[in-house]
Design a protein around this ligand. Structure first.
Ligand code: DP6
Length: 337
């Protein structure tokens, strides 16, 4: 086998949530995320000799064939004109692995499609040396919306905001001008439930069509993005906490009030939310939570208060409120070679 192209891209956690899409993977509102470090996907792409005229594509996930993923990725590759030459010239073989357990409540499609799009783009680029990150972010979005944000850290914005010049729906942009308070953020991911989540993101997004609160939700998210841009610049922890927690609960409120509804929080999720609030009031420390479309909790806090947070978090492990924990922190994006 020839040397592969290796792409390692992290997942990201949305502070302002993308929930609702239209057209070709375009978001109904802007979203803003923190890029992670330890939760990543590594993809090795091998370009092999073809044996037939037909597209040839093989795929291993964690060393084993995974037909459902293979089909989703092949469909994705066939749809992108940028990649059609690759399938004509080569038999493509992808080996993909995650640094975190599948269904651990970490968005695996974000890191996976960021890494897959980056590797395929690099392969289709030939000898060109400069890697076109913006194009990679756009192509990743076409695989999974949130993936476009994994290219830029520590924070990325995806979606058009009328007062932010470079923002757009096609790809994410890096946020510059981040106050030192937010330069080194921790994300302790508390795994309340490690079984597959019960709402697929495609179904979830589609439930925003005709949702009674859709328009106000999209407006709220765009306003939260604008507010969060200022917060990240000014270093204002209090507003960071307010927006982040409100977003998490708004996302779940949307799921609970859609025509087919989902209640994804577990009793432990609610218990932890209560304890986080109490801890914050008692200590005055800037600790807050966010949630994805599932029951697990992301605890966010600056590295500077890690020593005070660790015993609080470990307690959830000791008393079995949570099954496990992933310790992550904000990062700068991926690597491709
Ligand atoms: C709740 O990016 O997984 O995590 O575009 O259909 O692949 P698709 O959706 P996906 O949706 C993520 C939803 C979310 C919020 C977010 O990451 O912004």
């Amino acid at each position: 086998m020839n040397n592969p192209i290796t792409a390692r891209y992290p997942s990201n956690i949305a502070l302002v949530k993308y929930w609702g899409k239209h057209g070709n993977q375009l978001p109904c509102n802007a979203s803003l995320s923190m890029t992670l470090s330890q939760a990543y996907t590594e993809v090795n792409l091998f370009l092999q000799d073809k044996k037939s005229e037909e597209p040839e594509f093989t795929f291993l996930f964690n060393g084993k064939p995974k037909e459902s993923f293979r089909q989703r990725i092949l469909k994705y590759i066939l749809k992108q004109k940028e990649f059609s030459g690759l399938l004509e010239d080569y038999a493509l073989h992808i080996e993909s692995q995650n640094s975190f357990p599948h269904s651990a409540g970490v968005a695996s499609s974000a890191s996976a499609f960021a890494a897959i799009a980056a590797a395929l783009l690099k392969a289709s680029q030939g000898d060109e040396t400069d890697f076109p990150e913006q194009q990679a972010s756009r192509l990743a979005r076409l695989g999974s919306g949130s993936a476009c944000r994994s290219f830029y850290g520590p924070f990325a914005l995806w979606g058009k905001l009328k007062d932010i010049p470079d923002s757009n729906d096609e790809f994410a942009i890096r946020l510059g001008d981040i106050h030192e308070n937010f330069q080194n953020m921790r994300d302790s991911i508390l795994i309340v439930e490690d079984k597959s989540k019960s709402v697929s993101s495609s179904l979830g997004h589609s439930l925003m069509e005709g949702h009674p609160f859709a328009e106000s939700r999209f407006k709220q998210a765009n306003n939260h993005c604008m507010d969060m841009l200022k917060v990240l610049k000014d270093g204002d922890f209090q507003s960071f906490i307010y927006i982040t927690e409100r977003e998490a609960l708004s996302l779940h409120a949307m799921m609970m009030t859609s025509r087919e509804y989902f209640m994804l929080m577990q009793p432990e999720t609610v218990k932890i939310i209560d304890e986080v609030k109490r801890f914050r009031v008692d200590t005055g420390l800037p600790l807050c939570y966010t949630l994805d479309a599932g029951p697990n909790i992301h605890l966010l806090y600056p590295k500077t208060i890690e020593d005070e947070i660790t015993p609080f978090v470990n307690n959830f492990l000791h008393n079995h409120t949570i099954k496990s924990m992933i310790n992550d922190y904000s990062g700068r994006g991926g690597i491709i070679s």
